[in-house]
Design a protein around this ligand. Structure first.
Ligand SMILES: *[C@@H]1O[C@H](CO)[C@@H](O)[C@H](O)[C@H]1NC(C)=O
Ligand SMILES: *[C@@H]1O[C@H](CO)[C@@H](O)[C@H](O)[C@H]1NC(C)=O
Ligand SMILES: *[C@@H]1O[C@H](CO)[C@@H](O)[C@H](O)[C@H]1NC(C)=O
Ligand SMILES: *[C@@H]1O[C@H](CO)[C@@H](O)[C@H](O)[C@H]1NC(C)=O
Ligand SMILES: *[C@@H]1O[C@H](CO)[C@@H](O)[C@H](O)[C@H]1NC(C)=O
Ligand SMILES: [Zn+2]
Length: 362
């Protein structure tokens, strides 16, 4: 009698433990759904726990409502300083496809670095700094109910007489701040804040980028919607010194995107393909010397806009992944010339030298 009670309890305990383990540890994350901030934070912990060799996390600031802004650092450990690629998603709250993309991107690189020699090489040469949700306060607010679903800004209260909340974080960076395309009305979605860097979220990114300025080769910031790849600058009268190269790299990325599901992306500066703006993180990154700085505006072109249906998450992320990888590949190869290229170059130099010397002889 006692024995059977105990064995029943043991069986029950085993089943319960298995359920718990299944629920907490082995549950496969659904990348085809939008997720709450709590779910994304738990996912970040899971990525770190499941990939301790290549993933670590770093808190680099707090939001206005005191949440920790956390990034995932992904790459092989190295004893020497590595170059790096930055990616942030969710600076605008309502653009839910953006955090979904950062998660997809992390899943893809972690799923391929062991078998894909190119991604493996990137893990050796580069670190990826990825912030899945930068404007966490706004993101949480956009999840509250359908009256707040279209929230864009941060959640800091207005100053002075203004009773509205929020600053547009992507107008708040110290990059031609307040010069064009912003609003001084704190109720506007384009309000650029009482001062540049008034928002703790933009301050946190600025400090991180500043501290890693010489390390960062590429800055990618992910938004929606419009199907665009934007290059610096948002100000119509200022041009990036490597504008031609940025356009070339951007156009190649757009081509890679189209190859996946046929969607077309436009490439250009904001005044050329969208509207002039200032105070953006993309422009700030370029201004401090990060050579390759791009904004991605993901699907769609306006049919659903910010409320992109969940059945488009997967295809939107698949194509954008190829676009981002096209850029990262370019940046990687330019900075880490492969052995094959070096050999070819050496051979070419030798042949040229031979030809010149033979020409001298005859
Ligand atoms: C890197 O090395 C350190 C020190 O050995 C270790 O604590 C860490 O878990 C390793 N992995 C990452 C991703 O940093
Ligand atoms: C932020 O991170 C610190 C350090 O890990 C931790 O002590 C604190 O509780 C975290 N705050 C929140 C709101 O999660
Ligand atoms: C918001 O949600 C309520 C309750 O679910 C629903 O009745 C209403 O139609 C929704 N409004 C909009 C604009 O989606
Ligand atoms: C703020 O309100 C005060 C009192 O109503 C008024 O005197 C002042 O002009 C207002 N300031 C601005 C910037 O509107
Ligand atoms: C750009 O330059 C033109 C010509 O000088 C000027 O009219 C215009 O106001 C400038 N645009 C901005 C946003 O400063
Ligand atoms: Zn945006």
């Amino acid at each position: 009698m006692k024995g059977s009670v105990i064995s029943v309890l043991v069986v029950f305990a085993l089943v319960a433990q298995d359920r718990l383990a299944g629920g907490l540890e082995h549950r496969s994350y659904d990348y085809t759904k939008y997720h709450t901030m709590d779910e994304i934070s738990a996912w970040m912990n899971q990525m770190e726990r499941e990939n301790p060799d290549v993933v670590s996390s770093m808190i680099y600031g707090q939001t206005y409502e005191n949440r920790n802004i956390t990034l995932l650092k992904i790459g092989f450990n190295s004893t020497t300083p590595k170059k790096a690629i930055w990616m942030d998603c969710g600076i605008h709250a309502r653009e839910w496809i953006a955090p979904a993309f950062c998660q997809h991107f992390v899943k893809e690189i972690l799923g391929s670095y062991k078998t894909d020699s190119k991604v493996n090489k990137m893990f050796k040469n580069l670190d990826f700094y990825i912030t899945p949700v930068l404007n966490m306060d706004g993101y949480i607010y956009s999840w509250r109910d359908n009256t707040t679903r279209l929230w864009r800004k941060s959640r800091s209260p207005g100053t002075g007489n203004c009773t509205c909340f929020g600053t547009d974080p992507n107008s708040n960076f110290y990059a031609n701040w307040g010069m064009v395309g912003n609003s001084r009305n704190c109720c506007s979605d384009l309000y650029n804040g009482p001062t540049a860097l008034s928002e703790p979220e933009t301050k946190a990114v600025t400090d991180f980028l500043g501290a890693h300025q010489n390390q960062l080769l590429c800055y990618l910031t992910v938004h929606s919607f419009g199907q665009l790849i934007l290059v610096p600058y948002g100000h119509p009268n200022i041009s990036a010194p490597n504008y031609d190269e940025l356009m070339e790299v951007g156009l190649a990325a757009a081509k890679a995107i189209t190859a996946v599901h046929g969607k077309s992306y436009k490439v250009g500066t904001p005044p050329d393909v969208l509207y002039a703006n200032s105070g953006s993180s993309r422009d700030f990154a370029r201004l401090i010397g990060i050579p390759y700085s791009f904004t991605f505006e993901l699907r769609d072109e306006g049919k659903y806009g910010f409320i992109l249906p969940e059945d488009q998450i997967q295809p939107a992320c698949e194509e954008a992944y190829q676009g981002a990888m096209s850029i990262i590949n370019y940046v990687h190869d330019k900075n880490f010339k492969s052995a094959a290229i070096t050999v070819t170059a050496t051979l070419w130099t030798t042949l040229t030298a031979l030809w010149i010397s033979s020409a001298n002889v005859f």
